[in-house]
Design a protein around this ligand. Structure first.
Ligand SMILES: [Fe+2]
Length: 235
């Protein structure tokens, strides 16, 4: 575990925003792909639609995305879940009407050396808050909600729930102004000890790359709905 963490640390770098990474036509291709893909989850209560970026729906976008990402982060493998036929999924596309809570996408297989993740916004209004704080113990949603913490029967690809972050990053209360502006959907106590590294203001055509060990969440700023594609890599 220690050794793995040391290796991961060597690959760490600050979050990076690539402006004008995709042109209008390419963004429209992504939106078409989103329309074509089958829905995986439609949670009417949380008002969220999730689709997996399955292979074979747009070979053009698969190649374009991998080639461009490689030119930014060097050699990588996609670290994704597999579909029912054992094929790797490229990423997850989410259409949401309410913000996603604090979590880390640090992976589902402890054998893997997780690397960078990317976020491609397909709608203009939204922001994503990346914290300085890191976690190396697998994909986890961090919460103080007792009902959430009781959830143990998780399905394939669901984050484990935990409150262990509360003891990891110190006692400093979270910045009240940032909480009020960006994170009203989070209990401020749940953010204790956290510090903001970077706030990514969504801009269509740009892409965010950041280390998979960073805690992050969406901001509470949403106008109607937002659609974004998340992808995950390993070394
Ligand atoms: Fe995430």
């Amino acid at each position: 575990m220690e050794e793995k963490r040391e290796k991961m640390k060597k690959f760490e770098s600050p979050p990076k925003v690539l402006k004008n990474f995709f042109n209008k036509e390419e963004i429209n291709d992504f939106l078409d792909l989103y329309k074509k893909l089958p829905t995986t989850v439609h949670n009417k209560k949380q008002n969220v639609i999730k689709k997996r970026w399955l292979q074979g729906y747009s070979e053009k976008l698969e190649k374009l995305f991998s080639d461009r990402l490689k030119s930014e982060i060097g050699e990588f493998k996609m670290d994704n879940l597999q579909d029912d036929n054992g094929k790797d999924i490229y990423g997850l596309i989410q259409e949401s009407y309410s913000p996603i809570g604090l979590h880390v996408d640090a992976g589902f297989n402890p054998e893997n050396l997780v690397y960078k993740q990317t976020l491609i916004p397909l709608t203009p209004v939204g922001s994503t808050v990346i914290f300085k704080n890191r976690f190396y113990g697998g994909s986890t949603s961090f919460t103080l909600d007792k009902e959430e913490l009781k959830k143990k029967n998780l399905s394939y690809g669901q984050n484990k729930r935990s409150s262990e972050h509360i003891n990891l990053y110190g006692e400093k209360p979270f910045d009240k102004k940032i909480h009020e502006k960006y994170l009203t959907h989070e209990n401020i106590e749940n953010l204790k000890g956290l510090e903001v590294e970077f706030i990514y203001e969504w801009e269509v055509g740009s892409m965010l790359i950041f280390d998979r060990s960073h805690l992050h969440c969406s901001s509470s700023v949403i106008e109607g709905k937002k659609i974004g594609i998340a992808t995950f890599t390993k070394k």
